[in-house]
Design a protein around this ligand. Structure first.
Ligand SMILES: [Zn+2]
Length: 518
């Protein structure tokens, strides 16, 4: 976008150039598609995307953002040999800067205005958005004579294009549920063409906005669309009302899952709080698996997408009932990665109660609040039953958070998900956690075990898990380094080898005594 080196022999010793950074419409689309894949929030329009990208602190991120430039002015402290603006621009182009190809030298103001007007329609063909043009005096000497006011030069003026506005009818007002559960009312419109694109919907933002503009179903409204921005209803043409228009009321239930909708005091957005809401499931899983929650490594957006779309996961608790075959059936999922993911899910069961509380994704309950909660409620069951009054009493929990928590646990579906999480043996209390930590007093630290034959009360996996939790290690074959060989029913050849090497052989009862530290 900006040349690292200038070309030609005629390069000034020093120059300062001015221009504009922009993002092409096509690149903007590409960037947002990539962001969808990564589960990141979308940019509203190329202008915001470009501005946000320039502001990045990490230049490597900025470099990846498909930015481009048009240079439109330069200063030459070592002496300016040019007489006109056009000469400067041609020179800048020659030495390697990007200059807008549609710049035109007009002979008089009439020609300039005609040229601006010609682009009102044609601007839609450009791969970048413009909201107008700038008319400048070409002669640099004349510019000097004209000078500037305190605010702007007298030799340049912007010709702004009007944002296109069109009237149409509101057929209906529907409610969309976003990935975080926000209910957004959207106007379904009689289709109209604005700025080159067919518009059938306009965002109404929220309930208060609808009330403020008094938008009703059946109203004739003025709709505006500026660039790639989502079309917006500017106002109602009240003279066209027939009396048949219907007022809109935000539903009390989520239109996607039917759960009770919740709108805290002082907020403009109503939300669905259900753990089973299909509109939110991907975001809920992403949050549940995130680092401050259950920290499930390898559960990225692409995998979440597939798991949800194939119906393998309908809520967070389903994660703990995934089978190896389910995972292997996913695209680009090698057996090794499937095993790693299963391990990561298994490992997450040991995360603390505070991590779990945060992972539930109760609105307004962040990392800090989750920790506060577990200080007052050492088990999930106690927290679940906390009353609104009780929660408000807690210093760090305001009424908004308290209301959100109380409503979350009122939702029957949420309670049944919690029961499923319990059956997956997650950490529901802080005591369990403490006990676990104490148990990991590493009584088998450094000890090597070999298992042979069938144990009555343990599967191989379980026995291995217990030994490693206590600091020991299970190896596949007997050697002099082996500390114990645990022999169950029908032991194999390892048994004889242990006898030969003089390795202590213990039976299941003795094994139990060792792991129970008796
Ligand atoms: Zn819902």
């Amino acid at each position: 976008a900006i040349p690292l080196k200038l070309f030609g022999e005629d390069i000034p010793p020093r120059t300062e150039v001015y221009g504009e950074v922009y993002m092409k419409k096509s690149d903007f689309k590409k960037l947002n598609e990539e962001r969808i894949k990564r589960g990141e929030s979308l940019f509203a329009n190329p202008r915001n995307a470009a501005a946000g990208s320039v502001r990045q602190l990490d230049p490597r991120i900025t470099a990846q953002r498909y930015l481009d430039t048009f240079i439109y002015r330069a200063t030459f402290p070592e002496g300016n040999k040019f007489n006109t603006h056009i000469e400067v621009l041609n020179y800048l182009k020659k030495i390697g800067f990007k200059v807008n190809p549609h710049i035109k030298l007009c002979q008089d103001i009439k020609e300039a205005i005609n040229y601006c007007q010609k682009w009102i329609e044609k601007k839609e063909e450009l791969d970048y958005e413009i909201d107008g043009m700038v008319i400048k005096v070409n002669s640099l000497k004349m510019r000097e004579e004209l000078g500037s006011t305190t605010r702007s030069p007298r030799w340049a003026i912007a010709y702004k294009y009007p944002a296109q506005q069109v009237t149409t009818k509101v057929q209906d007002i529907i409610v969309q549920v976003g990935r975080t559960g926000a209910l957004t009312p959207v106007a379904k419109l009689d289709p109209v063409r604005i700025s080159g694109s067919l518009v059938q919907r306009a965002t109404l933002h929220n309930e208060d906005e609808i009330k403020r503009k008094d938008i009703r179903i059946g109203d004739i409204v003025l709709v505006q669309k500026a660039g790639e921005v989502i079309p917006e209803v500017i106002k109602v043409i009240k003279e066209k009302r027939t009396g048949k228009e219907k007022e809109f009321v935000i539903p009390a239930q989520c239109p996607v899952c039917g759960a009770k909708v919740f709108r805290p005091e002082g907020e403009v957005v109503s939300r669905c709080n259900s753990l089973t809401c299909p509109a939110q499931i991907k975001e809920r899983i992403r949050h549940f698996a995130s680092r401050n929650a259950m920290d499930i490594e390898g559960l990225g957006p692409a995998i979440i997408d597939q798991l949800v779309e194939k119906g393998l996961i309908k809520n967070i608790s389903d994660l703990y009932f995934l089978k190896r075959d389910d995972l292997i059936s996913l695209e680009r999922m090698a057996e090794k990665s499937a095993d790693n993911l299963l391990d990561a899910i298994e490992k997450s069961k040991k995360k603390s109660l505070a991590n779990l509380v945060y992972g539930l994704g109760i609105r307004y309950v962040g990392v800090h609040t989750s920790e506060v909660i577990t200080r007052y409620y050492p088990t999930l069951d106690k927290f679940k039953k906390a009353s609104l009054e009780e929660l408000i009493e807690i210093n760090e929990i305001g009424p908004k958070i308290a209301e959100s928590i109380a409503l979350f646990f009122k939702e029957k579906e949420n309670l049944s998900i919690i029961e499923r999480l319990r059956s997956a043996v997650l950490n529901f209390s802080q005591e369990e956690e403490k006990m676990r930590k104490e148990k990991v007093a590493q009584i088998l630290s450094g000890k090597q075990f070999v298992l042979t034959g069938t144990l009555k009360d343990f599967t191989r996996t379980l026995a291995k898990e217990i030994i490693s939790e206590l600091g020991g290690r299970v190896t596949g074959s007997v050697s002099k380094k082996t500390d114990y060989i645990v022999a169950g029913e029908d032991p194999g050849s390892k048994y004889q080898k242990a006898q030969k090497l003089g390795v202590p052989i213990i039976n299941e009862e003795e094994f139990k005594k060792i792991i129970n530290n008796k």
